[in-house]
Unconditional design. Structure first.
Length: 134
């Protein structure tokens, strides 16, 4: 049994009318170009490296080494633990270290206060790594 001609025409007309809707939906799907994904990954990697460098400089300074020695924290262990932090934790700690450095340079902090900040940040790094390892 064949489908009568008017029904075929109606079905064809419905299909033709739905094509713009389907193609419009296809255009609205947000496919991210590969170049944009690559650029985003490169930017995230560069930001992570900047934050790592900031913290390594912060904990690698002479005052940081002395502060860590007074509390018997191993500076190498702290610097190695920094690399294990996730991007968010790394960015947060780098911002705090940068603020402490700028406050110290501006005279807003004395050596003792900077020492306490160094110890607190080093302890935070180690705790974050221990918690992440669980």
């Amino acid at each position: 049994m064949s489908i009568p001609n008017p029904f075929r025409r109606a079905a064809a007309a419905l299909m033709m009318m739905s094509l713009p809707v389907v193609s419009g939906l296809a255009q609205e799907t947000h496919v991210v170009p590969l170049a944009e994904l690559h650029a985003s990954a490169v930017a995230a990697g560069e930001q992570r490296q900047k934050n790592l460098s900031r913290l390594e400089r912060f904990f690698g300074g002479e005052s940081a080494e002395k502060a860590l020695q007074t509390t018997r924290l191993n500076g190498n262990q702290v610097r190695n633990a920094i690399a294990m932090l996730n991007d968010e934790e790394l960015a947060r700690l780098a911002a705090r270290a940068e603020k402490a450095n700028s406050d110290f340079a501006a005279g807003a902090l004395n050596n003792q206060e900077l020492t306490y900040i160094i110890i607190a940040l080093a302890t935070a790094v180690l705790i974050l790594v221990i918690v992440a390892a669980r």
